[in-house]
Design a protein around this ligand. Structure first.
Ligand code: FES
Length: 107
């Protein structure tokens, strides 16, 4: 299974994905710029990603605490916290890019 990640230069990368892992863990462990300061506790916003529009409906809706964090970071409509997305076989082929917020916080 895989995730496709577009980096800050616009280059797409195919990442091996493991069922049950957080999308944040998959991206971070492949060496891309996600700090995940809070370790996935939905408290920092440094794992924010932009989901390709065709995948948005396949994700569960953001819970209130995730939405609050997204609102605090002025997230766009396609943005989610990757620590709140658990990878399942239904997400095989998920496409996303690092968000402005996570890139700024990683700089
Ligand atoms: S890792 Fe902190 S909000 Fe996702």
């Amino acid at each position: 299974m895989k995730i496709f990640l577009v980096d800050e230069k616009g280059v797409e990368h195919r990442l091996d994905a493991i069922e049950g892992w957080r999308v944040m863990e998959i991206v971070r462990d492949h060496g891309f710029g996600i700090i995940a300061e809070c370790g996935g506790a939905c408290a920092c916003g440094t794992c924010q990603v932009e989901i390709e529009p065709e995948w948005l409906d396949r994700l569960h809706p953001a819970r209130d605490d995730e939405q609050d964090q997204l609102d605090d970071n002025y997230a766009g409509p396609n943005e989610r916290l990757s620590c709140q997305l658990i990878f399942t076989p239904e997400l095989d082929g998920l496409r996303l890019r690092l968000s402005r917020v996570s890139l700024e916080k990683a700089a």
